[in-house]
Design a protein around this ligand. Structure first.
Ligand SMILES: Nc1ncnc2c1ncn2[C@@H]1O[C@H](COP(=O)(O)OP(=O)(O)OP(=O)(O)O)[C@@H](O)[C@H]1O
Ligand SMILES: [Mg+2]
Length: 284
């Protein structure tokens, strides 16, 4: 396998690598977002990506499915190079992925069942509707929402909407599920429901998961491995204990939610917030 030959592929390699990023560099104009990142996503494991806002977590995850193409470097899915495929070929590869993207909304005009059927219709011609109904039922049962088939997204809570989006993400029985901030905006109990679902999918369907999160409780709960991105590079990589005890001050500041000293100095120098800036409408 090609990716085993390189020395700078970190940690896991060999037959367990489902997705491999090799020396990925990504720029947007002058903004260097990923700086020669190499990463092997291990089969059947849950890899969590953490890091400050804007550090490139979403950009990294989009490379795993080639929703973004690198400026240099290579992406492999099950040993096949995919960063250079046409959109048509990529769409076939993407049927093996499920993704739950940041702000990835449900279609408001479609019922819960129709939302889940949507990706199936995109890829298969449906001939047996009874089979599809069974599939929708099974996917909704998986996220604890069987019976909600005819509801519309507007009538669901934020947590329920995320669960429907997850049912949609797993509609095609993907091998890999990518989650970008799946618990953001949910209260701790609803967040924990999502954590339990991530664990359940891994246990029952043996999916390989990649989870981007700011939520360290969620990270510690679901992760087999945690990666921290900072300034375009992986600065920490290991299990929950490795991250908790990591000596790098950037890692400690992040996991304890502390503001970086430089950022704090900038904030303190930037003047007082005038009360006049908060008009009543800001609280409506
Ligand atoms: N399509 C794009 N065009 C130009 N710049 C982009 C694009 N997508 C992302 N960026 C830039 O890449 C950097 C990383 O963005 P990204 O969305 O990956 O951050 P993030 O770590 O996911 O942040 P957050 O935690 O806030 O979601 C940012 O500077 C962002 O402005
Ligand atoms: Mg993001």
């Amino acid at each position: 396998m090609k990716h085993n030959k390189k020395e700078n592929v970190p940690r896991a390699s060999g037959d367990n690598g489902v997705i491999v990023l090799e020396n990925i560099t990504k720029r947007f104009g002058p903004n260097l977002v990923l700086d020669n990142v190499s990463l092997v996503i291990e089969k059947g494991k849950t890899t969590v990506v953490i890091g400050p806002s804007g550090c490139g977590k979403t950009v990294l995850v989009k490379h795993l499915i080639v929703l973004l193409r690198p400026n240099s470097g290579e992406v492999y899915f099950k040993d096949r190079r995919i960063d250079n495929l046409s959109e048509n070929e990529l769409n076939k590869v993407r049927t093996q992925y499920g993704f739950l993207f940041q702000g990835g909304a449900l279609f408001d005009s479609l019922s819960v069942a129709e939302n889940i059927i949507f990706p199936i219709r995109q890829h298969w011609e449906i001939t047996d509707w009874r089979e599809v109904e069974e599939l929708v039922k099974a996917k909704l049962a998986m996220v604890g929402l069987d019976g909600y088939q005819n509801q519309f997204p507007a009538n669901l809570s934020g947590g329920q909407r995320k669960r429907v989006a997850l049912a949609r993400a797993i509609a095609l029985n993907p091998e890999v599920v990518l989650y970008d901030e799946p618990t953001t905006g949910l209260d701790p109990i609803r967040s924990d429901v999502i954590n339990e679902l991530i664990l359940k999918l891994q246990r029952e369907l043996a999916v390989t998961s990649v989870v981007v999160t700011h939520d360290m409780t969620s990270a510690y709960k679901v992760a087999d491995r945690i990666i921290m991105l900072h300034k375009g590079r992986i600065v920490a990589d290991g299990d929950a204990d490795h991250i908790r005890n990591h000596p790098h001050p950037i890692v400690q500041q992040f996991i304890h939610g502390q503001v970086d000293a430089d950022d704090l100095a900038v904030l303190r120098m930037s003047g007082k917030i005038s009360q006049a800036q908060f008009l009543p409408r800001d609280f409506e």
